[in-house]
Design a protein around this ligand. Sequence first.
Ligand code: VGL
Ligand code: ZN
Length: 199
Amino acid sequence: MASEALVVIDMQNDFCPGGALAVTGGDEIVPLVNDMIRNTEHVVLTQDWHPAGHSSFASSHPGSKPFEAIAMSYGDQTLWPDHCIQGSLGADFHSGLAWAKAELVVRKGFRTAIDSYSAFFENDHETPTGLAGYLKERGIGTITLVGLATDFCVAYSALDAVKHGFATTVRIDACRGIDLDGSVETMVDRMRQAGVKLV
Ligand code: VGL
Ligand code: ZN
């Protein structure tokens, strides 16, 4: 029988207040996410995990500033402050997150030349992370997504989940967004149109 999983996206220090790419209210959702972890049988976490000098960092492109977009071989890429560097404190999960129960941690963004918002594909929309195969092999057909950030990693993960045929819910109350130029509204619309259930 197909079962379900909770996928907790990027609940890391750098996306919480005080972090390098802080999402407003990012830490507020920790208690709710913990309740959901407690109440779901299968839990998967993602962890943004960049090498120093990653190509998504504005610091790797002289003359560019964080939050500008540049053209990469795989399409437009927003540039970010240095964040979630492999092994750094900023890349650790929020200290209040009840992560111990997780059956899998998917790390993403570890290739210098390409960013990865989605838990399923890198930003070329081609290179798989392995998560779809893992879930399918485990008989998991239904997923609920929570975490950071609504308009980037959560949204792209949800869109790819639907493409893979998973029944996909985003618990919007357990997410917080970065919101660059209305990107939360844009991505919420895109998710709804794609058939993601937004609760
Ligand atoms: C994210 C920007 C850069 C996210 C990760 O988790 O939404 N956003 N890296
Ligand atoms: Zn990142």
